[in-house]
Design a protein around this ligand. Structure first.
Ligand code: MTE
Length: 321
């Protein structure tokens, strides 16, 4: 039985953004009607044509899981989908036009390493083996800006179950596509492409770890990391790897893309903590995209109740960078 209770990461109404600027929260919580309105306003957004032709379009909107709702306004789609980090398509925020070049069918996902049987699944085959739901999540970039997003997808734990890892597996590494012909950023040979990320098995099977296949009630737009990206809302956004093509189970801690580029600034754990500054800026507060309101940052981005236990006893680790 689902017991609805106020979660630690639901911020107070006083910090919610003005109704005139953001979607009306009550209308939003009423579900598909509001999503319909949001989709209507998004008629001119990049990625709309894709939603019409996507073979998985019939799976959306997915039913919202009310255990993962926010007491704050959702960032309007037109803001979220035109302000993105996706370095494969450029190091600025307006990559959305360039990202439309990414072909997302066929799209194969390889599962290998320490598993009972290595496998390759087409994205639609994978979607047929899981059930999708919608969750409202916070999203906190290491650059100190934040959004709130209605992601659709399935628990990363479901993928772990499908993969059936061996008992000795300690980490799950993930990899983005590599195609410099469509992603010109990948021609920058000084960067360690493809983009990679990794989590521990405890993190991979935590309830909050979510594989995202859709947003705003429809298939994921390319700039968000279609057709499959990660969302780890208690960690800085760079851990949420986009456009994943490979999952590898291993017993050796992998080094991720940003860790290889700047090991003194970006670590393996990257848990959000207002009291641990980035070497070049404070993490004490964050700017809410859309209103430009500045609000205090919360430990584990407000999700401490669900995740803090995983880090007990890891005192020697740099858990917050
Ligand atoms: N994944 C890939 N493959 N390439 C990237 O450049 N950027 C990361 C993360 N995942 C990135 C990525 C960073 S720094 C952030 S903050 C989030 O994606 C941004 O997600 P958004 O564009 O949906 O806000």
């Amino acid at each position: 039985m689902l017991i609805k209770r106020r979660q630690g990461w639901e911020i107070p109404e006083s910090q919610a953004t003005p109704e005139g600027i953001f979607l009306n929260r009550r209308a939003f919580l009423s579900g598909t009607a509001a999503l319909g309105a949001s989709i209507a306003t998004s008629a001119m957004l990049p990625g709309r044509a894709r939603a019409e032709t996507d073979p998985s379009a019939h799976l959306y909107p997915a039913e919202r899981n009310e255990a993962f709702v926010l007491d704050r306004a959702v960032t309007p789609e037109e803001i979220n989908s035109t302000y993105n980090n996706f370095y494969e398509f450029g190091s600025h925020k307006q990559i959305y036009t360039y990202a439309q070049k990414l072909p997302i069918r066929p799209w194969e996902v390889r599962i290998d390493g320490m598993v009972d049987e290595e496998m390759t699944l087409g994205i639609d085959e994978l979607l047929a083996r899981v059930s999708l739901e919608e969750r409202l999540y916070r999203h906190r970039c290491v650059e100190a800006w934040a959004m709130a997003i209605p992601w659709s997808g399935f628990a990363l734990a479901d993928l772990v179950r499908i993969a059936s890892p061996k008992a000795g597996a300690k980490y799950l590494a993930m990899e983005t596509f590599f195609n410099p012909d469509v992603a010109s950023g990948q021609r920058q040979s000084w960067n360690p492409w493809p983009y990679t990320e990794a989590v521990t098995m405890a993190e991979a099977t935590n309830d909050l770890a979510f594989l995202v296949t859709g947003a705003y009630g429809k298939p994921l737009a390319k700039q968000f990391g279609a057709p499959l990206r990660l969302a780890l809302p208690w960690k800085y956004g760079f851990k949420s790897i986009k456009s994943i093509v490979r999952f590898t189970f291993t017993d050796v801690r992998p080094q991720s893309f940003w860790e290889k580029i700047g090991p003194s600034e970006y670590g393996f754990w990257a848990n959000v903590n207002p009291d641990v500054p980035h070497p070049r800026w404070s993490q004490a507060s964050e700017r809410i995209l859309g209103t430009n309101e500045t609000v205090p940052t919360q430990l584990f981005n407000g999700y401490g109740e669900q995740v803090a236990g995983m880090y007990a006893g890891l005192d020697g680790e740099k858990l917050f960078m």
